[in-house]
Design a protein around this ligand. Structure first.
Ligand code: UDP
Ligand code: MG
Length: 320
């Protein structure tokens, strides 16, 4: 099978029939064999009914329609994760269900993966039809930060329209709300040929955006998490051990200084401030205790990693 198209959706019933028509027209024109995987992320409208009807109506031999229905709303990342697990095509395309992404882009995305050898091609909504203040501007800021942290030079990392080699989606785990950083997940897994294609974008016709203002806060926290996991996820001691040791060392040195000053004052003046009322004494002790605790956190992290299944999930590119 050439292409798997994964469409996560949450309350998008009106968009689904025209989206399906449009995709199947493009696929037929280009003679692709393909499957569409609709992942219904706990919709409360009649999206699932629409998907069931689509499935029963289809008489096109080239097309296979799958529907996956969650029991409740888990989020876009969960929907993509399950879609990726089910995908069978050589090239996997993800797109939003709200008709904002154009299926006309699929043939070129397919070509970039199969002929130009990209592992992942991300769409770039160069001309965006969303609210300028709440979406376009924050998105520019978000992408600038993401570029710095991840080192991947994409203009639109969170674009819903993306293409992947199948191997990529089978070897990354989109968890929590990490759908915003899939190119980074792919890069961390060793798929480094990441490209970009300017894609058409359209105004939302039906319903409304499913992501509110909390996406700014969560987006940045997730970026920190994913950065930390990539850098120290397999060896937490390298982080906690280093910071803990440094703190302990600073605490130990400063307590020596405090003690030295006390002895010096006793020898020269004959009297000195009680250690208990010297703030530097307490700060030094606190630093030493915190240092020990961070060190212990590193040990605990290592214990957890040693006992987890993912400790040896090395991806092998090829063997001869
Ligand atoms: N979506 C989803 N689960 C959610 C939220 C959104 O599957 O919890 C889907 C949604 O139906 C759409 C896609 O993710 O197909 C992108 O969502 P939306 O269009 O609301 O995002 P925006 O374009 O406003 O960034
Ligand atoms: Mg949208």
């Amino acid at each position: 099978m050439d292409i798997s198209i994964i469409i996560p959706l949450f309350n998008e019933a009106e968009s689904l029939p025209p989206l399906y028509e449009w995709i199947s027209r493009v696929m037929k024109e280009n003679k692709f064999s393909y499957e569409i995987i609709f992942v219904n992320d706990g919709s409360t409208d009649n999206s699932w009914e629409v998907i069931s009807n689509l499935k029963s109506q289809i008489s096109n031999d080239n097309a296979v329609v799958h529907g996956i229905c969650f029991r409740r709303n888990y989020g876009k990342s969960a929907a993509l994760y399950c879609g990726f697990k089910a995908a069978q095509g050589d090239v996997v395309i993800t797109m939003d269900a709200d008709l904002q992404d154009s299926p006309d882009e699929i043939p070129e995305l397919y070509r970039m993966i199969t002929e130009d050898g990209y592992d992942l091609v991300s769409g770039w909504k160069q001309k965006r039809y969303d609210n300028a203040l709440t979406k376009n501007l924050p998105s520019k800021l978000f992408n600038a930060t993401a570029r710095r942290v991840t080192g991947i030079q994409l203009h639109d990392m969170n674009c819903g329209l993306k293409a992947y080699r199948r191997e990529v989606v089978k070897n990354i785990e989109v968890f929590s709300e990490m759908h915003r950083y899939i190119p980074y997940l792919a890069k961390n897994a060793g798929f480094t040929k990441i490209g970009e294609k300017v894609v058409q974008h359209r105004k939302r016709e039906f319903g409304e955006s499913k992501f509110g203002m909390n996406r700014f806060v969560n987006g940045y926290l997730d970026l920190m998490t994913i950065w930390f996991l990539n850098k120290f996820g397999k060896q937490p001691m390298h982080f906690f051990g280093l910071v803990g040791s440094l703190m302990f060392l600073i605490g130990a040195i400063s307590i020596c200084v405090v003690a030295g000053m006390k002895i010096h004052a006793l020898c020269t003046v004959g009297t000195s401030m009680l250690l208990g009322v010297n703030p530097y004494f307490h700060i030094s002790i606190l630093m030493m205790i915190l240092g020990c605790m961070l060190f212990l956190a590193g040990f605990l992290g290592e214990l957890i990693i040693r006992n987890s299944q993912s400790r040896n999930d090395y991806l092998i590119k090829e063997e001869i």
